[in-house]
Design a protein. Sequence first.
Lengths: 331, 331
Amino acid sequence: MSVTIKDVAHKANVSIATVSRVLNHKSNVSEDAVEAVNQAIKELGYSPNFLGRDLRKSETRRILAIIASTEQSFYSEVIRGMEETAMSKGYDVLIATTRDDPNHEMHLLGMLFSHSVDGAVLLGPKLDAKTISELAANHNLAMCLERLDGCKALTVTINNVQAGKDAVNYLINKGRRRIGLITTTQRAQSSVDRELGYRQALEENGIPYDPSLVYYGTYGADSGTRGCRELMSLEKKPDAIFAISDMLAIGAMNHALAAGIKIGKEVLFFGFDDIQYSHIFIPHLSTVRQPCFMQGKLVIEKLIDNMRAETPDTSTYMLPHSLILRETTGD
Amino acid sequence: MSVTIKDVAHKANVSIATVSRVLNHKSNVSEDAVEAVNQAIKELGYSPNFLGRDLRKSETRRILAIIASTEQSFYSEVIRGMEETAMSKGYDVLIATTRDDPNHEMHLLGMLFSHSVDGAVLLGPKLDAKTISELAANHNLAMCLERLDGCKALTVTINNVQAGKDAVNYLINKGRRRIGLITTTQRAQSSVDRELGYRQALEENGIPYDPSLVYYGTYGADSGTRGCRELMSLEKKPDAIFAISDMLAIGAMNHALAAGIKIGKEVLFFGFDDIQYSHIFIPHLSTVRQPCFMQGKLVIEKLIDNMRAETPDTSTYMLPHSLILRETTGD
DNA sequence: ATATGCCCTGAAATTGTTTTCAGGCACAGG
DNA sequence: CCTGTGCCTGAAAACAATTTCAGGGCATAT
């Protein structure tokens, strides 16, 4: 069918071993041979079958990034960080999506077990901590962006508790006391942590926690809109709203704009993620920025380290976040 | 190192051939053997090495989708269409990004040449038509979303000329005569086609083409903002603006909103792509919707057909688009 | 009793590459 | 002239699976 190393060897009048040496740029091969082989390769239009190579070498130099869907443009910087770092070490990054299905996530991890890739990174896993811990013990598996409580696997993330706390503290320092929270019923650990930060900030400032100020929805913008409408129809309206994602915050502001609420004065808004639209949408949204590129970079570095290590590093690395202050907090 | 089929065979007291038969659910194997093998597999925690299997079978059942970056959330529906269709036929879809670098695009195509995947789909290629035509002649390669003039390769897209024309015709039918165009200097074929549609619509309606009404920028929202500002500072202002992407349109409307222009009355806006934000942003944007899911579905179906065919199908399939009419055209 | 057919099994070939090992050759030093 | 050294080379093993082929065992038919 396809042209193989054997055909090249035959055409160049050398052994397949010599062709292989040329392909891999080994030093111990004569110039004549190199010339002849390269000539044959060109004429035949040969390109090596990596299945053979990978099998023999037991490595593919490929890493799989498993994400929920390509919808969240938010992942894109993380992926870039992963790719650039991987490439500099001679690896390629492939992406696959789970569509929020834990079974499909497991199916994709099959690529790791079956040696189709050398390592895998989960960005927002759907599987539980126990399962992942077990898998990570025997395979080159890491997590990024999301940590999992009690999960013994290499993790790179930010401190979402502290980040939520910082955002809410900022609102409190602006003199706000009735702070609404818009979050999701879907309990990703990061959502849980951000909510925890919200509560800690209130507590440390002696503000009583009021459950009616917390709206649980989905993660679409329209859910943010509904959340804002609900919070604003309370007898005692909030004077600030913290949303656990920019998407929710933007949805929320849509209601506020429609209702004629003065954003940044009457009610302050704080988002999370610093997505592209947070500074396209008017008014510009104050938000928490994570070091996306750096998280991608670090997780790949550590993952590749682990591939060569005898005992894998299963630490959790938390990178620093920062507050981006814009119009919605009156800045 | 790892546990292989040999270990399983030994543990189950059968030959590796029998283990292989069990793994592949062949009928001609006794129940006792099946039992013993499955038991051994479980005890050893064995999972087959696909490199061996793929090499022997000369197929990986994997398809590579090559995109520019995961930033354009716009791709996500296409990918979903690809994945769902592929999965139903027993294939997995992997994604890789070129970061707009034609060299890297070629590097990624190496996965196709080296038999690491069974087929590849380019979504918005950076390579030229000639190169792609040659590659497609010898490998299982297709294009989706973007066509390339004179490229002899399986392509699934929409008719961007007609779509641009439809959008502009709609504006004309609303009584508009001075229609601005916001586009990009980066000449993707789809941009060229949409601009062509714009000109054809004008021509067919006897409206002279006015170059000062065309703004060439990048594809960021801020470029749309600049474009709108420039067009609105003309002596003879436009009464409608067609942007070749929603992103540009949203950027443009940001200027209009800030300048107090009555969107949907004074100036109509028409976008392209129907991205998520086009109905989050207020006012809601009228836009052209492409059948993303269907394009993804069709390209995979045709690509898989091509894998089994003796002579590959190199046709271009154009799927129907539709106009989504919202507030920005006064609907 | 022998032949026929079916079910199940394992040895060995096969897939395309890398790597090991042994040896051929030339050249320098004794 | 002989030996050691270094460079280059090819045959064959290895990687982990699938598939082919031949045959053993058993039941049924003749």
